[in-house]
Design a protein around this ligand. Structure first.
Ligand code: T4K
Length: 399
């Protein structure tokens, strides 16, 4: 493909409009509007309404669990679940995650203790978890990064052996499976996100899913201030409720689930083909050869900055100059963000794989808003940039 002068070298951006990572996937507009009309007719807008219940049923069915408790977002869902599980003191989490995983703990005076990751999967390394455990540890939160499930057997077994609670931040992993078991039933509970940028979205939204009846009952109470009936509060609680309009969007999005997977899968294949053979580049394999289900929501490339002609940050600058707003998730790692950086300034030394992966990853735009032609152009830009690396380096070098 013929590429005009690159934006970073003074050319016009290849895309007139920005191409975002996280542009929402939309379901059928008429179906959503019909649901909104029904909500208005019902005059039931929030507080465990019929749309929320239907949404919960559908999520529980797909995730193969007994209970789904829908919430206003995944961050509040993580907070409520941590409290319902009695997490306190120290809880082990990866630093390679969105900041919400750590904040959900710190927000309630629980100390997140960061453990390193396996560079192959980007998920918690079980031996690193063992290394950071102390007698103050009460729990563990694994994150299924990019939708690839953690080593749940080993983590669940370790938690069981030590008497810890264990939950999974499955914000990326709705619709994914480990073997023939859907994500949802691992640990004591799992948390999904239905934020606008996620595979299935309810504008904002989240849910805790579990097979534990008592835990589900507690989560329902805590989501609604602890109320049972009009005048009786049985538990400390907060307002974590999902509204009917959010559930309407979620149900509409669920109807498009297979179509969204098909687009994501097509886009993934286009990137794989477009980047094949680019030296020191690797596209993370969603790893579904064993017949596992994946949602293909993220296109994640690792750039070996020591050997490639341009490093990750240089390539992101190249792409952004073309209006391709590639992201560096989860740079620089939770441990280098506040308040954690000040609380434990030396954490980086104990998290070498987290630091290495965070310095190599580029997340590229995908989803319904991105066409195969867009992807071909993005890949051609990357190839053209690598071929002109010395000029680009000179341009990016601080004066
Ligand atoms: N745990 C994990 C592992 C997570 O990744 C997340 C969230 C959570 C927990 C917490 O879940 P929630 O509480 O959010 O339910 C985005 C998302 O906001 C965040 O939900 C997500 N992870 C994270 C990985 O990505 P930002 O701050 O990097 O990007 P944001 O929200 O500005 O959106 C990205 C781009 O998407 C924007 O540049 C423009 C585009 N966009 C966004 C929205 C909202 C649109 O085109 N339309 C839109 O409506 O966090």
């Amino acid at each position: 493909m013929e590429i005009p002068p690159l934006g970073i070298l003074g050319g016009k951006p290849a895309f007139a409009e920005p191409l975002h990572v996280g542009r929402p996937n939309l379901g059928d507009r008429a179906a959503l509007l019909a649901r909104v009309a029904e909500i208005l007719d019902n005059r039931w807008l929030t507080n465990d309404g019929p749309m929320v219940r239907e949404f919960e049923q559908r999520i529980a069915q797909i995730a193969q669990v007994r209970h789904c408790v829908a919430m206003c977002n995944a961050t509040i869902a993580l907070e409520i679940a941590a409290r319902a599980l009695g997490m306190q003191g120290e809880v082990i989490v990866p630093a390679y995650s969105f900041i919400a995983t750590a904040h959900a703990l710190q927000w309630q005076q629980i100390t997140p203790v960061f453990a390193d990751i396996d560079p192959r999967t980007h998920n918690l390394d079980v031996s690193a978890v063992r290394r950071v455990a102390t007698d103050r540890t009460t729990g563990l939160i694994g994150v299924h990064v990019w939708g690839r499930p953690c080593e749940t057997e080993a983590l669940d077994a370790l938690a069981h052996e030590r008497g810890w609670s264990v939950m999974y931040d499955a914000a990326h992993a709705f619709g994914c499976s480990k073997g023939d078991r859907m994500v949802g039933g691992f640990g004591n509970c799992e948390v999904f996100s239905f934020h606008a940028t996620k595979f299935i979205n309810s504008f904002e939204g989240g849910a805790v899913v579990t097979n534990d009846d008592a835990l589900a009952a507690k989560l329902r109470l805590m989501r609604n201030f602890g109320f049972v009936g009009f005048d009786c509060v049985r538990h400390i609680g907060t307002n974590g409720k999902m509204t009917e309009v959010h559930a309407a969007m979620g149900l509409t999005s669920l109807e498009a689930m297979e179509a969204i997977i098909a687009v994501n899968r097509r886009n993934h294949a286009a990137y794989r083909e477009g980047l094949a053979g680019v030296p020191h580049f690797s596209l993370l394999n969603p790893d579904d050869e064993r017949g596992e289900r994946r949602n293909f929501q993220y296109v994640v490339v690792e750039v070996d900055g020591e050997r490639a002609a341009l490093n990750r940050d240089e390539l992101v600058a190249v792409l952004q100059a073309e209006n391709v707003l590639a992201r560096k998730y989860f740079w620089p790692g939770c441990h280098r963000m506040e308040p954690y950086a000040s609380l434990d300034p030396d954490a980086g030394a104990r998290l070498p794989e987290t630091e290495r992966v965070a310095a190599r990853v580029i997340v590229l735009p995908t989803g319904q808003a991105v066409s195969v032609a867009d992807i071909n152009l993005i890949c051609a830009i990357i190839r053209a940039a690598l071929a002109q690396a010395p000029a680009i380096r000179a341009r990016l070098r601080p004066a």
